[in-house]
Every structure is written in C-alpha cells, then in structure tokens.
Design a protein around this ligand. Structure first.
Ligand SMILES: [Zn+2]
Length: 278
C-alpha cells in the first residue's frame, strides 16, 4: 500500500481529504477533541490537529493516516451496505485516544485495545495499541492499522444490520454458548474487513479522488499476519496461559486468518456468514 495517494491529484488532494474528515470528526463535538478527556492523551493540544494534518508531513502522522483509512472504510460501506443488504449506511465517528477515555459503554483504558461501542455508535482506537501491535506482538507493517479499523467498522455494520443485537439476545438465551457466539460475531467482523480490503482501491473521497492508489499482496499479507497475531490461542500462549478454547471470544489465529481471507477473496460481505444462516 505504501502511502495512500489520490488517483490523479497531487498532495493538495490528500490534504483536502484529510481536512474534510477532521472537520467532520471535530465538528461533531466528539472525535478527536473529546478524546482528550481521559487524561494523558497523545493528542495534547487538539487545536493544532487541523494544522498538523494539513502539512506536508500529514501522512506520516498516525492519526492523519488513520483518518484517511476510516474515510475509505466508510466510503466502501456507503456503497456496499445498500448493494449487499439493502440497508442504508450511517457513518460512525472514530475517537482516537490513548491511555483512557469515557465512552457510552463505560470507561476504557488502553488495555482493552480498539473497540466499537454500540451504545454511542463510535469506534474507539487507542493509538498506543498500534505501538503494542508492532513492539510486542510483532505485527509490523502499515496495513495492520487499516485492518484493525476495518474490523471495528465491521462491528458498526453488524450494529446497523441488527446482527449484534441478535447475537446478544442469543447469548442471554444460551449463556453456555456466549463465547462461541462472540467468536462468530468477531470472525464476521474480520471477514468484513477482508471485503473492504478487496474493494479499498475503488473507494473515493467526496471529490471523487481515489483514496488508495493500490493495495499490494504484501499489504494483505500484513493484515493476515496481524489477524494471526491476535488470535485467542496466540494471545493465551503469549501470556503464558494454557490454551483454553472455552475462553475464546474472538477465534483462533487460524480462524481469523481464514475469515479475513474469505472476505478478501470474495470481496462480498454476504459471504461472511459465520453464523451459518445460509
Ligand atoms: Zn471485534
């Protein structure tokens, strides 16, 4: 993937996209500004964020790059959700934070990793998690980040489609299977991430400029490697615990790889039928 570049435009094009998205995020009263509340945010003085993302170094900044990924993921679903499921897509904002943040789902610290909160329809991304991905999990490579974002937006799509609420009701009816049901939801989000990755080069910003110039096999391999690194069995092994399938909530490394790959190879979110409803 390298640095994503707009199709025909120069740097001005990229800068235009980023500013537009940031204004949308900050202007909503949430997003980047609100994320500072938890204390010790990396963002520090957010009044400078617009300036930061408008300079020549913009795409080297983590939060600026991530904003661009979010833009692509949501552009994909705006088209794919009506096409595949006959539903309209409602955008969700991303709150970038580090250390701690208050959410509609309670207080969260960076230990929880990235997550989607159905109560406030927001994606929460702890920027320091990316560092952990690279440093501790060895999931290096730039494409780990869009994969993680696309997975979380997959949960937003599940929320919009009612899949998430349906799964919670099933969990209440069948508590013994709560973890197994959670795994299905998580693997579907991985599969949705794969479907986005397949179609990402077709996404454009509001001006019709391509958001990604190309996505290479190497990028996809980075996403697959990341999926593998964050499989439940891999995480249990790393933490020195015995591998216990009863405690799995996200799926094994193999399953996560498999479902991301399924979404990627089909490019069709309808193929992400982890619940086996046919
Ligand atoms: Zn998830």
């Amino acid at each position: 993937m390298g640095i994503p570049l707009p199709g025909g435009g120069g740097r001005g094009g990229i800068v235009g996209i980023i500013i537009a998205v940031l204004v949308a995020l900050v202007g909503g009263g949430f997003g980047l500004n609100a994320a500072t509340g938890g204390g010790g945010s990396e963002q520090g003085d957010n009044t400078s964020l617009d300036q930061k993302c408008s300079g020549d170094q913009a795409l080297q900044e983590l939060d600026c790059r991530n904003t661009l990924y979010v833009n692509s993921i949501q552009a994909y679903w705006r088209k794919a959700l009506p096409e595949s499921f006959g539903d309209q897509y409602t955008p969700s904002k991303t709150v970038f934070f580090s250390q701690a943040v208050n959410t509609g789902c309670g207080n969260a610290d960076s230990g929880v990793g990235p997550f989607y909160c159905p109560a406030d329809d927001l994606v929460y991304i702890d920027l320091s998690f990316y560092k952990l991905l690279a440093d501790q999990l060895g999931a290096e490579g730039e494409f780990a980040q869009p994969y993680v974002l696309a997975h979380e937006y997959g949960h937003h799509v599940q929320d919009l489609l009612g899949t998430e609420a349906q799964m919670r009701r099933q969990q209440q009816r069948d508590p013994n299977n709560a973890n197994a049901l959670s795994v299905k939801l998580e693997l579907q989000a991985d599969c949705y991430a794969g479907a986005w990755a397949k179609n990402a080069t077709g996404t454009a910003d509001a001006d019709g400029q391509k958001i990604f110039k190309s996505i290479t096999e190497q990028d996809i391999q980075q996403a697959i490697d990341t999926a593998e690194k964050i499989g439940d069995d891999a995480i249990q092994k790393r933490s020195g615990r015995p591998v216990n399938p009863d405690e799995f909530t996200h799926g094994t490394s193999e399953q996560r790889k498999q479902w991301f790959t399924k979404g990627y190879s089909t490019g069709d979110p309808k193929s992400c039928d982890t619940f086996g409803n046919g």
